[in-house]
Design a protein around this ligand. Structure first.
Ligand code: ADP
Ligand code: ZN
Ligand code: ZN
Length: 670
């Protein structure tokens, strides 16, 4: 019986080795064990810690009398094992945080367990399909892998990637191994979870962020006991404590939601790779539009590419046409309106995609160019007509729109550009007989503050998707949520209302994102029948990104894109670490970034580029002034070493009123 335990805490201290554990004596009830959480005295208060190791004797450096006792053990059974601790250690090291911060985002935070009701599904069991030769070959490659190989199921939208994933998973279950199946965001989690539930019944577990902490904890425990060997979920499901990992699947690998937006800013693909390496299991990714990183690795051969080139359930790739929005009043071209009408007459459905919520984009003055900007952020406000407010999409600030231009007094000040809300209004006006529903962050994903609210919001989104799937809704209008992986049998028409929105963002991935969004959303059409249509509305008919996406020319796109990335020395031809300073006080922000810069400068060696210090593209968010320095190098090693050293020194002398964020391999550069 161990008498001492090492605990770590989720407190933001960074030391050079990243390991910051504290030794405590066993609790009175003798319940302490590695993998459990416990309350312990720390300074003047009690805090929650993770027990990561046991020991016979305390470390030599500590006097026995000074060792405190664990107050109370929280968990009845361990929530994690040493493999998870190993991953946390690696995360802390690679993403430059401390191991407590890493563990705290991995392990569920719930204290009680609420076993989730298993939803009754009235849908029939999928018929057992006979798989195509291409599917068979892909499956065979994956299941005959014996080590941590990487595969990429590169198949056009609707080519049956899911079936290959499910069978590969089945194979692993048959030989007594577990599978983690990652999907982007909640809407797709639900669809895939249902499918997996139908196939694998109670052997399947779901983990996602919309779940209450208590439900999440119950699922987690079931997984750890080995009762649920197949786990489906978004990004954080990569940490699922499965027993005997056999395979990790990353569906829609290109999706941005695999990268965390908070510390530690991990990428699920990177973590999956690490886990697979540690446990000797293969990793399978899949998409119709791989990321540039994956595309490069495939062409170099370090990821094995498996091709699926045909749609299998009667579908044919849609006919895609780009049309100019230039002379159109409102947001729908003649062509798009006509196709919506034809589609409805055929009894089929339409998806309208617009990557921008709200009613209009800018509120501005046509005379002097004045624009309504958030008073807390350096971004323009969006006019939300239904609420009668101009709203900031970064901080939530809102105000009523001015009636005259505050700059020149002109009475013409008003909105221009458009968002989902305005499209909804126009479609309702033109097609009063059709059922239209809009899903975007305003309707589906309001930041509900309590558990019940979150569940209600999630149901709302799921309800809409179910109604659309059943054909009750004629037109589904939405942002990215409608573009991702969803499988709706009745969709004949997809309209991309304005394709150009993301093209000219100050981010080297702008073209890649625009391209993949258009190809993905186009892929929602005609999955079960021929003669489907996609209309892409644009102001840039000649832009090669638009024309290649309309031609579904993935390799043509990457040939051009990778050439350009190489010429400009951007990823995947280089690696990047981004430092962002934020402070309420602009002088403090400037001083801090200079101070950081002065620590970085002497450590720069040949081969490392330093970009900045500079103001971030979005210079102010929620009154915080933002400054950045970007380090770039052909490989991660040198900049990572530099960043570690700089953080260690900066920590000691930093101004407490400023914040530093470090992002290793950032995907947002705003
Ligand atoms: P992807 O994930 O590649 O976009 P899906 O996996 O959603 O495509 O597959 C599209 C449709 O094709 C699904 O309805 C699926 O049931 C069907 N399908 C998959 N494999 C086969 C097959 N071998 N024969 C017939 N239909 C298939
Ligand atoms: Zn004006
Ligand atoms: Zn704002």
């Amino acid at each position: 019986m161990s008498v001492y335990f090492d605990l770590i805490f989720d407190i933001p201290v960074l030391n050079n080795s990243n390991v910051h554990s504290y030794t405590y004596q066993v609790d009175d009830k003798n319940e302490a064990a590695v993998g459990k959480r416990a309350m312990v005295p720390f300074g003047r208060r009690d805090i929650l810690g993770y027990i990561i190791a046991e020991r016979e004797n305390p470390p030599d450096s500590i006097k026995i009398e000074s060792i405190k006792k664990i107050r109370r053990v929280v968990d009845k059974e361990p929530l994690f094992d040493t493999k998870i601790v190993e991953i946390a250690r690696w995360m802390a090291d690679f993403y430059l945080c401390n191991i407590g911060q890493a563990l705290s985002i991995m392990i569920p935070s719930g204290r009680r367990m609420i076993v989730p009701e298993i939803p009754e599904s009235d849908e029939e069991i999928e018929p057992s399909l006979s798989i195509s030769d291409e599917q068979y070959n892909a499956l065979h490659e994956i299941t005959s892998s014996t080590s941590s190989d990487m595969f990429y199921l590169y198949g056009i939208t609707g080519s049956g990637k899911t079936e290959v994933f499910l069978r590969a998973a089945q194979h692993m279950l048959n030989i007594g191994k577990s599978v983690i199946y990652l999907v982007p965001e909640i809407s797709l989690t639900h669809q895939t979870a249902q499918m997996i539930g139908r196939r694998f019944g109670s052997l399947a577990a779901t983990l996602h962020s919309g779940m209450s902490p208590s439900t999440r904890l119950a699922e987690w425990v079931r997984i750890r006991r080995g009762e649920a060997p197949i786990v489906v979920g978004p990004r954080s499901a990569v940490f699922a404590p499965v027993v005997n990992l056999g395979l990790i699947i990353i569906d829609e690998e290109h999706d941005g939601s695999y990268k965390s937006g908070n510390t530690p800013r991990y990428h699920a693909r990177q973590v999956a790779l690490r886990r697979c390496n540690l446990e000797g299991s293969p990793l399978v990714m899949g998409s119709a539009t791989p990321s540039a990183e994956a595309w490069k690795l495939m062409s170099e051969g370090s990821i094995k590419r498996l091709d699926l080139t045909r749609r299998l359930s009667g579908g044919v790739m849609p006919q895609i046409k780009a049309v100019s929005l230039a002379k159109t009043q409102g947001c729908l071209t003649k062509e798009l309106k006509e196709e919506i009408r034809v589609t409805a007459q055929m009894g089929k459905q339409t998806i309208l995609f617009m990557n921008r919520r709200g009613f209009a984009h800018f509120y501005h003055c046509p005379d002097c160019g004045w624009e309504l900007i958030c008073k807390r952020c350096s971004v323009s406000l969006t006019w939300h007509k239904s609420r009668g407010r101009c709203i900031c999409h970064y901080c939530g600030f809102s105000q009523s729109p001015p009636t005259v231009c505050p700059n020149c007094g002109c009475l013409e000040a008003g909105y221009s550009g458009f968002g989902t809300e305005m499209i909804e209004e126009e479609v309702r006006r033109i097609f009063p007989d059709l059922q239209i529903r809009r899903i975007d962050a305003d309707t589906a994903n309001k930041k509900a503050t309590d558990e019940l609210g979150q569940i209600a919001e999630k149901r709302n989104l799921e309800d809409t998707l179910a109604l659309f799937k059943n054909g009750v809704i004629d037109i589904l209008l939405g942002t990215q949520m409608v573009a991702k992986g969803l499988n709706f049998p009745g969709v004949r028409l997809v309209g991309v209302v304005f394709a150009d929105t993301g093209l000219h963002m100050p981010d080297f991935r702008a073209a890649e994102r625009t391209f993949s969004l258009i190809v993905q959303v186009a892929g929602r059409a005609g999955r079960y029948f021929p003669d489907s249509k996609v209309i892409v509305q644009t102001l840039r008919l000649d832009d090669p990104v638009i024309s290649r996406s309309c031609a579904l020319d993935v390799s043509g796109f990457f040939d051009a894109e990778l050439k350009q990335r190489k010429a400009l020395n951007f990823p995947p031809y280089s690696r990047i670490i981004r430092f962002t300073i934020r402070a309420k006080d602009v002088k403090r922000a400037d001083t801090a970034i200079k101070q950081l810069d002065s620590l970085i400068k002497p450590l720069i060696i040949q081969g490392i580029d330093k970009l900045g210090p500079a103001e971030c593209p979005i210079g102010i968010i929620n009154f915080n002034h933002r400054r950045q320095i970007i380090l770039r190098c052909s490989s991660m090693g040198p900049i990572h070493k530099l960043a570690k050293e700089v953080l260690f020194r900066y920590e000691k002398e930093k101004d407490v009123k400023t914040y530093l964020e470090v992002d290793v391999d950032p995907i947002s550069m705003l």
